[in-house]
Design a protein around this ligand. Sequence first.
Ligand code: BG6
Length: 474
Amino acid sequence: MKELFLWGGAVAAHQLEGAWNQDGKGVSVCDVLTAGSHSKAREITSTIQEDIYYPNHSGINHYYQYKEDIALFAELGFKTFRMSIAWSRIFPNGDEKEPNEKGLAYYDNLFDELLKHNIQPVVTLSHFEMPYHLVTAYGGFKNRKLIDLFVRYAKTVINRYHKKVNYWLTFNEINNQMNTDSFLFPYTNSGLLFGPEDNRQEMMYQALHHELVASAKIKRFVKEKYPLLQVGCMIAWNPIYPYSCRPEDQLAATQAMHSRTICGDVSVRGHYPNYALKEWEANGIQVKMTDEDLIDLKEGTVDFIGISYYVSHAVDSTKKEDKTGAGFIGSTPNPNLKVTDWEWPIDPVGLRYTLNTLYERYERPIFIVENGFGAVDDESKVVIQDNDRIEYLAAHIREMKKAIELDGVDVIGYTIWGCIDVVSFTTGEMKKRYGLIYVDKDDEGRGTLERRKKKSFTWYQRVIASNGTELDNW
Ligand code: BG6
């Protein structure tokens, strides 16, 4: 493992900051999302209603408690902290001419606090979040105007923080919106709300194209103005295996993987792959793009690839339905893997496999910016004994090390998702906890907000101090 390997943790603004309407912040798409659960989907309310509980409004109050949280990250030995900027703190409606100084000042203070503790911030510009006004007035990223609005926001924060932040990620899990059967990801990734008559796939690909162009424009801007900064894409790279060694299953798996590879191919190679053009043609999908867009994509390829890795999937070509909700025909449970309480398959070897396939395809540095274990913690113990979480993380880090040390993959960092308990993205729950640090808050928003170190805290502290050597010492 390299000496300067970036060990750390990851979060997103809307899941922890709270202070949803403080210091000039505008309403974000996540501020109108209700709480859900494993069996109940979150909902969008078109306005904010007084009798409804919105979990992201208060998050874990990090906006006011960030110094305390950063002190705990420093105690953990974090080299890096992946976080996001809430676009609606900087441009409350998204289309103002001037940024909100109070929002800018907040992140200045936060970065200073991290740097004081020698923790390097890694910043996502859009982590499932945009000003809600851009949805109601523009229809989200399907509207070409969003390219300029996003690029203006990005330039504003990069100009302001370029001396404090070296690593920038453009769109979190840009490919997750591919599953247009689910309303949540297209809405939070791109601000899309589907009507009954809409061609969902066409709308989504149009929005995706605008995001890929915006991302490339940002990279071009950085290359010219701040050449030492690093810009990456961020893709949910959960592998899809063939269910059997039937050739048809292998082919089905390769085709299903296009939902990941298309974003990597455009971001790293700088052009759309032929399979995408053919798939669009076969499905009558027309994505509008200009000649200038194609130049941007070509000239704005990323410096590194950020990935999230949680699960793997399997595809059975004989099945004509999606049995797991993964968003592709033939998706079927993998009998070789155990699942979490939220039915997420646990597959550490899949991480080594993923790192290998990704590196063979692109030969670009890879940053694992999310990996983690969501579970209900037994809160009765003074120190929560989260052994399952430690086992999950240790197993994944072990496989990551094999990819680096035995297979020669260039991995530059690893940040545990939800290093401190945050509001779950998909369900809005608090009880789906990922943290090494417990936060006293429940699903109804009650609790003291006290922070407590879990057993995994001490374990990860040792992992970082030993640069990944002491994985079994707990
Ligand atoms: C990733 C997201 O998809 O998964 C995070 O980038 C999210 O925002 C994480 O929190 C875990 O998902 P969940 O729904 O368990 O919080």
